[in-house]
Design a protein around this ligand. Structure first.
Ligand code: ADP
Length: 323
């Protein structure tokens, strides 16, 4: 990945057409982008609409970028790959509209950067929340997993595979609803052949969440990888670490290939249940056996059990007390 420029963004970023963005504090830094809070202005009038402004240092217009990228596709330079990835992300993300997917508003260029205006998720990611909390309670996990399944059902229905679902890409809006974000690695299943070959044979994703079939070199992978990731996410939220956890990539791969993972001892005080174990076990299986989102949420874990209607933002720091 190329280095991310960390210079402060311009205080005012103009979008063609009279809209301006007043930039605020940084939200985070990714592989090739930096994200800032921003307020939308109608000319010089503040609108009160806060957004996340994703900034990527590249001069090219998104449309030109898109054109160029098709020519660049086989370029092996790191920069080419990043541009390719970025355009793919824009193309996929701009077509999506779902309550549990980060809304994409628009993309434009200004000076030396391309700006992507996204729905602001002010409560951070599930990874941030897990870091502070150590583990997440079962009622919260039920609500989060139901929302993730809703988003994944929507994506798969449109033949889009996210391919990089993980707690760090699951953002929380002001009402603690999950919003799937970061479509950098998402892939449309139905695309030009050239693209398909490239995508399907490229190793990608964080090893902790990789489905085992991705390890099999040369073997294609499809939307089933997202279902595997949901299993990993459910386990990780409950236990505080991933099921195939290890210090090196190689060790993770070894564990993944053997498909064995263990649960911490089940006791009255542990944050897990037999139903949660069943849910995870139904997903961490060979690809053909993984249930689709609708079948995931009809499992016992979600039935006859408490699913909160909302989660307070205090849950970012502290387990809610359900009465
Ligand atoms: P990259 O695609 O380069 O990995 P990301 O999309 O992960 O960049 O964005 C970088 C960081 O910015 C994220 O890790 C997150 O902390 C923050 N971020 C991204 N999108 C949003 C958003 N919509 N709302 C709030 N924070 C966000």
């Amino acid at each position: 990945m190329s280095s991310v420029h960390a210079d402060p963004p311009p205080p005012i970023v103009p979008e063609p057409g009279g809209i301006n963005y007043a930039t605020g504090s940084a939200l985070g830094k990714g592989g090739f982008a930096i994200c800032h809070r921003a307020e939308r202005y109608d000319g010089s009038k503040p609108t009160g609409h806060l957004v996340a402004l994703k900034i990527v240092k590249t001069k090219m217009e998104p449309a030109k970028l898109a054109q160029k990228v098709w020519q660049d596709i086989s370029a092996s330079s790191g920069r080419g790959a990043n541009i390719y990835q970025f355009v793919t992300e824009l193309q996929i993300h701009s077509k999506l509209s779902h309550p549990n997917i980060v809304t994409f508003y628009r993309a434009f260029s200004f000076q030396t950067s391309t700006y992507v205006v996204l729905e602001l998720c002010p409560n951070g990611s599930l990874a941030d929340m897990l870091k502070r909390r150590k583990y997440i309670t079962l009622p919260e996990i039920r609500r989060f997993v139901i929302q993730i399944c809703g988003a994944v059902k929507y994506l798969h229905h449109r033949h889009i595979v996210h391919r990089d679902l993980k707690t760090g890409n699951l953002f929380l809006d002001a009402n603690m609803n999950v919003k799937v974000g970061d479509f950098g690695l998402a892939a449309l299943l139905v695309t030009e052949k050239e693209m398909e070959v490239k995508r399907r044979t490229t190793m990608c994703g964080t090893p902790n969440y990789l489905a085992p079939e991705i390890l099999e070199k040369g073997k294609g992978h499809d939307e089933k990888v997202d279902l595997w990731a949901i299993g990993v996410i459910a386990y990780t939220l409950a236990v505080g670490k991933a099921p195939f956890h290890a210090t090196t990539k190689e060790e993770i791969y070894k564990k993944l290939r053997s498909g064995t993972y263990t649960w911490p001892e089940l006791s009255a005080t542990t944050n897990q249940s037999a139903d949660l174990r069943h849910l995870v076990a139904s997903l961490l299986v060979p690809e053909q056996q993984r249930p689709p989102p609708d079948q995931i949420v009809s499992q016992n874990f979600f039935k006859i059990a408490f699913v909160p209607d909302s989660i307070p933002s205090s849950a970012r720091e502290k387990a809610p007390v359900w009465t």
